[in-house]
Design a protein around this ligand. Structure first.
Ligand SMILES: C[S@@+](CC[C@H](N)C(=O)[O-])C[C@H]1O[C@@H](n2cnc3c(N)ncnc32)[C@H](O)[C@@H]1O
Ligand code: SF4
Length: 404
């Protein structure tokens, strides 16, 4: 089964599919069909299912890592309020071509065939991004590109060089107005964002996801909840609405004060430990250190050196074992993990599902009313979670979806 799903997700097969004539037409029809058969309670069902999972799952170590990311640089052109990447104490650096290829080959050995190219930096800041993508291409390795969308020219250049590989991007956009976007994404320009979106639209000949597939991820917090409805208007020429995802802001940052201030629903937040990341994936810093966290700002959670050790040696090694034990027992938990808080998984899922449920069923809502409804759901979940009353929580979530 795993071998089959690995085969189907092979970058080579995906590249082959994309170059087949009629690919876009088929893809579009499948999407229309899927949306048509999706009952209006699709998102409600997904939200209720999230409430059935354990509040704090006990992580179990996988036989090998399944997820991975290679930080090609820790440098960033921005300093977003929830991320604060410029507070990291590490020197800024870029991965070398040699080390990048070494890491890719190491991942392939354990059956990982693709990886994101970021942890706490901006992918397009790496001047040799094209050369890295070429190396990935040569090794039949898929890359995930997440960007703050401030580099329209570089995006066009990368796509024209690798049309069948650099054809899927995630734009991180935390506001649907210039004011909010530039407030949260400190140093960013709304005009560059719009130029990046127009670049994708141009490459797609005015269609959505024709040559480049685009998803938008946004944090959800008090600073932008009032303009959630606007996302579906402002970004509708560029992205399918179901591919705009909202995730509650989390406390993974060297300074979590924005998170604390902007997510005042304290009962919806838990200590991240026991965290599943050290049990499921592996991340690499630009200088080849292996770490257990997707945003290890100061490389304090390292478990080995992937330039001199095999991935499996690191995965099964003593430092990784200690890290997992600390997560399970809470004893000797590293400092960044002690200070890491995040929303419960269900809260994230319910919020995103509710937004999409409202999008489909609340067309007469004003933008302000849309935001009020989200806030009201968060507040009612928060109240139920004050006494961890799961029955009340279920009732409230179900009622909110019924009344949308
Ligand atoms: C750290 S960034 C690195 C990639 C790239 N610079 C970007 O902005 O997409 C990866 C993702 O983490 C998200 N992120 C950063 N800090 C966050 C926080 N405190 N809560 C939730 N998401 C956060 C960003 O919005 C972005 O989507
Ligand atoms: S979220 Fe991305 S763009 Fe914003 S500061 Fe962090 S790394 Fe930079």
């Amino acid at each position: 089964m795993n071998a089959l799903s690995d085969l189907l997700s092979s970058p080579h097969l995906r590249r082959l599919a994309r170059s087949t004539p009629g690919y876009y037409t088929v893809k579009n029809s499948v999407r229309n069909l899927r949306n048509a058969v999706r009952r209006s309670d699709h998102y409600a069902a997904a939200a209720m299912a999230a409430l059935d999972r354990p509040l704090v799952p006990v992580p179990v170590k996988l036989d090998r890592p399944r997820a991975a990311a290679i930080e090609i640089t820790n440098a960033c052109n921005l300093n977003c309020r929830m991320c604060n990447t410029k507070m990291q104490s590490r020197d800024m650096g870029l991965i070398s071509k040699k080390d990048f290829e070494h890491l890719i080959l190491g991942l392939k050995k354990v059956g990982i065939l693709s990886a994101d190219l970021h942890t706490v930096g901006e992918t397009f800041v790496h001047k040799g991004l094209g050369d890295l993508v070429e190396i990935a291409c040569r090794n039949d390795f898929g890359v995930g590109i997440s960007t703050n969308a401030q580099f329209p020219d570089k995006l066009r250049e990368l796509h024209s060089r690798f049309p069948f590989v650099a054809n899927s991007f995630r734009f991180s956009i935390d506001g649907a107005s210039k004011e909010t976007f530039e407030f949260i994404r400190v140093g960013a320009s709304w005009e560059s964002l719009m130029e990046s979106l127009e670049t994708v639209r141009d490459i797609n000949h005015g269609k959505i996801n024709r040559n480049i597939s685009l998803t938008i991820d946004s944090i959800l917090c008090m600073a932008n909840v009032g303009e959630v409805a606007q996302y579906f208007e402002v970004f509708s020429p560029y992205v399918w609405p179901e591919h705009i995802r909202f995730g509650l802001v989390n406390g993974l940052s060297p300074d979590p004060s924005f998170f604390r201030q902007m997510l005042p629903f304290t009962n919806l937040v838990r200590a991240a430990a026991p965290c599943s990341l050290p049990f499921t994936g592996i991340w690499f810093t630009y200088d080849g250190r292996a770490t257990t966290c997707c945003r290890d700002y100061d490389a304090e959670l390292t478990i080995g050196d992937a330039l001199s050790q095999d991935v499996m040696e690191i995965w099964d090694g003593a430092p990784a074992k200690r890290m997992r034990e600390a997560q399970l027992t809470g004893i000797d938990l590293p400092k960044p993990c002690q200070n890491c808080d995040r929303p419960y998984h269900f809260a994230d899922t319910v919020a995103n599902c509710y937004i999409h449920h409202l999008r489909l069923n609340g067309s007469r809502l004003t933008s302000a009313a849309f935001g009020e409804k989200i806030l009201s759901l968060l507040a009612s979940m928060d109240e139920a979670m004050a006494s961890k009353d799961m029955e009340l929580l279920r009732k409230r979530v179900a009622a909110a979806f019924r009344g949308a």
